[in-house]
Design a binder for this molecule. Structure first.
Ligand SMILES: Nc1nc2c(c(=O)[nH]1)N[C@H]1C(S)=C(S)[C@@H](COP(=O)(O)O)O[C@H]1N2
Ligand SMILES: [Mo]
Length: 210
């Protein structure tokens, strides 16, 4: 096992940087405290899991009427859409007008019946990463399972073959190599949330840390 940096240290460094920074108001499309970049930085805790399309799965379990599972072919056969959106990372970069193609979350929800009270979802990933979100927010029409970025298959570093994309929240909620949706009726923290990242993560109100 390679030695990974302690996640607590990362959160402490980000917190300290916050305290020493005067926030600019962030005009128009750039949330407060964010800086625009043309690059696409890679942020992964640990190494990039290599997940082939053949091995890729999306499983649904927890507080649902019936568990579900899709393999690659069945999943990408669901209705697809292309959208252009802005993305915002808690490490303070934002990127405008990124183009993604994938399966809208709402299309997947047509085939899932959450049990009463199942108002949150723990997102699981190949490699073990997790992040938590309110179901209501996942139902936003810009949330998708993305497999194509700027017209090309999504690169492994960015979560290929399939990642979740939640443009309205900080990018740590956009789980790469997504593998599972666990429906839960009591919200609980995912990976970074356990180390002090915010349970919600709205860039416009700077919900960086809890
Ligand atoms: N599975 C998984 N998903 C993940 C991460 C991770 O470490 N593992 N990092 C998150 C964080 S902190 C960010 S900022 C974005 C970065 O996405 P990018 O590498 O495509 O820029 O992915 C998020 N999704
Ligand atoms: Mo991040």
């Amino acid at each position: 096992m390679p030695t990974l940096p302690n996640p607590f240290d990362r959160v402490r460094r980000l917190r300290e940087a916050d305290a020493s920074r005067a926030h600019d108001p962030g005009a128009g499309r750039v949330p407060p405290g964010q800086v625009l970049t043309d690059k696409f930085p890679v942020l992964t805790y640990g190494s990039t899991p290599r997940v082939s399309r053949t091995d890729w799965r999306l499983q649904v379990w927890g507080r649902v009427a019936e568990p579900r599972e899709w393999g690659w072919d069945a999943f990408v056969a669901l209705p697809n859409r292309t959208q252009v959106c802005d993305i915002h990372c808690v490490t303070r970069w934002s990127k405008l007008d990124t183009e993604w193609t994938g399966i809208p979350f709402t299309e997947v929800m047509r085939q899932i019946q959450p049990l009463p009270g199942a108002d949150h979802v723990m997102i699981h990933c190949h490699g073990g990463y997790t992040t938590n979100m309110a179901l209501a927010e996942l139902l936003d029409d810009d949330v998708m399972f993305a497999h194509t970025y700027e017209g090309k298959p999504l690169a492994p570093e960015h979560g290929g073959p399939m990642r979740l994309l939640v443009p309205k929240l900080y990018l740590w909620k956009s789980a790469k190599w997504v593998s599972g949706l666990e429906f839960i009726d009591a919200n609980r923290p995912g990976f970074w949330e356990r180390y002090g990242y915010h349970m919600h993560g709205d860039p416009w109100s700077e919900e960086r840390f809890s």
